[in-house]
Design a protein around this ligand. Structure first.
Ligand code: GTP
Length: 357
């Protein structure tokens, strides 16, 4: 039996207001919760049992995922009374693992879409005898991430969290939020208090001189932390840019009961949620329409998320914006540049307008 821990307890503040109602890992990318994409990939790599480390809105996970039977894995839930941070959550969840001290345990951040070969990571970890193996990915601008330089043999040399100066940018390799720990290493993490895996656990391992490996690859990778990356991840799955078995690449994905009128233009990888409606000549490009929302004739939605049951009225334009669940964008409004409408808010006709471009 191979076990994994999935970290799903974060508050997802950057994704508000979407995460007010639904925890980030359960938000649907291409109609399927991020967590489910990860569980399916882990299962296909041989993982049979998964402990979900929950905190924020913990109860929703068990309601949605149950005991994991429908997904072909066994799921157990470790609920933190107070958020314990990434390292504390791993330590807390480990109480529900059944494997022995020398066995590998895969640990995944619950908000990452990735094409990395989990099976190869697990096998490479076991063969190397390392204490910890990290998946690393390369990004153009590493300043918002934790940098992880390695030597020619893939041995991790340092951990640099979110570099502030150009001198600190020593590599373009970043921590991709996917690890394989040898179980005994998890049991050494301090229990019962918040611990950061990036700032505390990883640096301590290097100080002790144990083998910490970094595996760099060019597989698809996206952190879904912001609304814009969330939209991109969903569109990438629909369009086949991100790997997803069981779905053929297309310009749009219509979920059960979705209605798109003949005159409407829907593309760019847009996912149209269950029972959502795109009416008349509405245009929706590169967006996520959540369940039960409505885009009325003459409305335009580009690069945006429209929340569950929300309504974009005739002639309204929503570009690079987030519309919360149940909100109404009245006729003639123009939302752009990262605008966020909170759940249930109703914008009166033409109350928001951008005229500069
Ligand atoms: P932001 O608030 O927008 O930064 O998002 P976040 O709360 O998800 O934080 P972040 O993206 O840094 O978290 C990385 C991963 O760790 C996510 O999958 C979170 O769900 C998870 N995580 C973060 N903090 C905790 C925690 O205290 N407990 C548990 N169980 N998971 C956590």
């Amino acid at each position: 039996m191979t076990e994994a821990i999935l970290l799903v307890g974060g508050q997802g503040t950057r994704l508000r207001p979407l995460t007010i109602t639904t925890p980030k890992p359960l938000l649907p990318v291409a109609g399927v919760p991020v967590t489910v994409h990860q569980i399916e990939r882990a299962r296909d790599a041989g993982v049979t049992r998964i402990v979900l480390g929950t905190s924020y809105r913990a109860e929703v996970f068990a309601e949605r995922l149950g005991d994991g039977r429908d997904l072909g894995v066994e799921i157990a839930y470790a609920v933190e009374d107070e958020p314990l941070g990434t390292g504390g959550a791993i330590r807390h969840a480990a109480a529900l693992l059944t494997c022995g001290p020398g066995d590998p345990v895969m640990v995944l951040n619950g908000d990452v879409l990735s094409g990395v070969d989990y099976g190869a990571l697990l096998a490479g970890h076991v063969a190397s005898g390392a204490a910890l193996t990290l998946h690393l990915t390369r990004v153009d601008d590493p300043t918002a991430y934790g940098l992880v330089p390695t030597d020619g043999e893939g041995r991790v040399l340092a951990f640099r969290e979110k570099p502030q100066t150009p001198e600190e940018i020593v590599t373009d390799q970043i921590n991709a939020g996917c690890y394989v720990f040898t179980r005994s290493v998890i049991d050494e993490i301090p229990a019962g208090r918040p611990v950061s895996v990036e700032r505390e656990v990883f640096p301590r391992l290097l100080e002790r001189g144990v083998l910490v490996r970094g595996v760099v690859d060019d597989a698809y990778w996206l952190d879904l932390g912001t609304p814009w990356d969330f939209v991109r991840g969903s569109c990438d799955l629909v369009r086949g840019v991100a790997p997803w078995s069981g779905h053929a690449a297309a310009e749009s994905l219509l979920l059960e009961g979705a209605q798109v009128d003949d005159a409407a233009l829907v593309g760019g990888g847009t996912a149209v949620g269950r029972s959502a409606r795109v009416i008349g000549d509405a245009v929706v490009q590169g967006s996520v329409l959540l369940d039960g929302c409505t885009v009325e004739p003459g409305a335009r939605v580009v690069g945006s998320v429209v929340g569950e049951g929300a309504r974009v009225c005739s002639g309204a334009s929503v570009v690079d914006s987030v519309i919360g669940d149940g909100a109404v964008v009245g006729p003639g409004n123009e939302l752009r540049h990262g605008a966020r409408v909170w759940p249930g808010v109703e914008l009166p006709p033409t109350s928001v307008r951008f005229s500069s471009d």
